[in-house]
Design a protein around this ligand. Structure first.
Ligand SMILES: [Zn+2]
Length: 423
């Protein structure tokens, strides 16, 4: 629901029906969840609904167990009269499962509906073992999380998955992923539901629960923007790990482009980069940004120089230890990424540019800043904050969980779900 004021108006000389009369139970829930209106009085004022109608709609939300009256001090009503009790989203009625899949590792989490991590696990696995095995492993990890936290599978209302590849979010399938061989077009939703059922019992109390799949950089951007930069209307995150990808959040919503391809900056060619002509990318081209400036590329250069490193996470450890060659190469990688980001920043004019992933750290950021400020117009960087990740390794699962909750409790979906619950 938009933030526009809702009142009685005239259109073409015909009295318009007050838009407020249409505010549904889903709209009221959204107002409470977003903090825009958290008392009966405030809901009446914002929607223009009568006290009785607000009461009827709230009763349905109470009966569903989705709203509760807060235990805190009553707040004074904007309409005057006696103070009203604060309404709260009741996050105890269900939980969400989320996973963040990387090329050699996966993190799984059980989250509340308000995004708190109840339990979390990390496990080593290889994404190139293919979807069948990997999704079965995730099902087993989810089963362990549910057992450890004493929750039954039927309390799970949805499953979110972050993957290191481009996703068609309409089908939940991955589209031609350069670093996920065997995953192209695979039915992730069906397999993951089956894996959870095999390891923990069918998720959800009645109907099959939604499984939402999205790109990892997208979900990290979504989580970070919501948690730490809620007022930033143009937010970009760049993840530099095995590959390189970006997520963009505009006005609080993920911007994916028309085919889910927005932000896939790892395959932009950087012909001027050292060794780029010979740098074969996982996508089959030479000289892609990911082939010269990713964690994998830096690891390969370190290995060639005799430093033991095979992956982005090895580079992360070397950087943490201040290894001089790793530091130098990370800064060089930062400069290459900064050159591409100059275009990104000029196009989007974001308020925050966040660097996340294995290479995120001072040397890489220094390199990014060197080239970015040199190449981008001052006007597009004047108010730009360049920062590192705040949620760290949790961002992917937090973003995947949030995506599921926003999907399930979106005003347009609430009516159908309330009807299914018989309230
Ligand atoms: Zn490429």
């Amino acid at each position: 629901m938009g933030g526009e004021s809702r009142g009685v108006g005239m259109r073409n000389g015909v009295p318009a029906r007050p838009a407020a009369a249409q505010a549904s139970a889903g709209d009221l829930l959204h107002l409470v969840r977003s903090g825009r209106a958290t008392t009966r009085g405030a809901l009446q004022q914002v929607t223009g609904l009568s006290r009785a109608t607000v009461g009827q709609r709230l009763d349905r939300l109470f009966r569903a167990g989705w709203l509760r009256e807060g235990a805190g001090t009553p707040v004074s009503s904007p309409l005057g009269g006696r103070p009203s009790v604060r309404l709260e989203f009741d996050d105890a009625h269900a939980v969400v499962l989320a996973a963040d899949l990387e090329t050699r590792h996966a993190r799984t989490a059980l989250l509340t509906l308000t995004g708190e991590i109840v339990a979390e696990r990390g496990t080593a696995l290889r994404v190139d073992e293919g979807p069948e095995r990997v999704l079965d492993r995730l099902g087993a990890e989810f089963g362990e999380l549910l057992r450890a936290s004493g929750r039954a599978a039927d309390t799970v209302c949805g499953i979110g998955l972050a993957v290191p590849g481009p996703v068609d979010t309409g089908t939940g399938r991955i589209v031609q992923p350069p670093i996920m061989p065997g995953w192209d077009g695979y039915d992730i939703r069906g397999r993951l539901r089956r894996a959870v059922a095999e390891h923990a019992g069918p998720a959800g109390a009645t109907a099959p629960v939604p499984v939402l799949v999205d790109n990892d950089a997208n979900l990290m951007a979504y989580a970070e923007q919501r948690a730490h930069y809620p007022d930033c209307s143009a937010f970009a995150l760049v993840k530099v790990s095995t590959g390189i990808g970006a997520g963009v959040v505009v006005d609080g919503s993920l911007y994916r482009g028309i085919d889910g391809g927005a932000g896939d900056i790892g395959h932009i060619r950087v012909p001027g980069a050292p060794g780029s002509a010979a740098a074969l990318c996982k996508c089959g081209s030479y000289g892609c940004l990911a082939a010269v400036a990713s964690g994998r590329a830096v690891a390969a250069r370190l290995a060639a120089a005799g430093v033991p490193a095979a992956s982005g996470s090895d580079v992360r450890e070397l950087l943490a230890a201040g290894h001089p060659e790793a530091v130098g190469l990370a800064r060089e990688a930062g400069r290459l990424v900064g050159e591409v980001l100059a275009t990104v920043v000029t196009l989007l004019n974001p308020g925050v540019l966040m660097i996340a992933g294995d290479l995120a750290g001072t040397p890489f950021l220094t390199g990014v800043r060197e080239l970015l400020y040199q190449r981008a117009l001052p006007r597009s960087t004047a108010h730009l904050e360049i920062v590192t990740s705040r949620l760290g390794g949790h961002a992917g699962v937090v973003g995947a969980g949030a995506l599921v909750v926003e999907h399930l409790y979106a005003p347009e979906r609430v009516e159908e779900r309330l009807a299914a619950l018989g309230v």
